[in-house]
Design a protein around this ligand. Structure first.
Ligand SMILES: [Zn+2]
Length: 149
């Protein structure tokens, strides 16, 4: 896969390895099996055996979504990637942005697992009321988290 790595500026193991080819939405894109482009960072993860396919899973509950620990969308360094479900990635994003409206029933912050659970339960088809009951928080809190992109 030299055609791929030629476009990655590889540095030291702890540095970001940025994609130098074409991009879409800030993510590097690579024509894997033309004409189907894949995200460059997913291709890097695939070539390193982190995920079974360079294509993103259709099922949001599936394991196999990549998140960057460095927040650099162009980064193709597998050491800067974590594999998880869509919900885990989403919760991680909120947690790291220090989302200001992350409060539980008694004014405490909802934890990483709580936020992941909101998205997982919603994806499984539970109502906002059921999710709120499961986490003993208000439906407004559940609504707020589900509205966050
Ligand atoms: Zn990086």
């Amino acid at each position: 896969m030299n055609r791929f790595w030629d476009k990655v500026r590889q540095g030291f193991p702890d540095e970001c390895w940025e994609w130098t080819g074409g991009t879409r939405n800030g993510y590097g894109m690579f024509a894997y099996e033309p004409p189907l482009p894949v995200s460059a960072h997913r291709m890097a993860a695939y070539l390193h055996g982190l995920i079974p396919s360079p294509y993103a899973p259709h099922d949001k509950l599936a394991h196999g979504f990549i998140r960057h620990t460095c927040d650099n969308r162009l980064c193709c360094n597998p050491a800067h990637m974590l594999v998880g479900t869509y919900a885990e990635n989403h919760a991680d994003k909120i947690e790291r942005k220090r989302h200001p409206r992350t409060y539980g029933a008694h004014g405490g912050r909802l934890g990483y697992n709580d936020i992941a659970k909101i998205h997982t339960m919603r994806a499984e088809g539970h109502t906002h009321e059921e999710i709120a009951a499961a986490l003993s928080c208000s439906t407004r809190t559940v609504n707020r988290h589900l509205k966050t992109p």
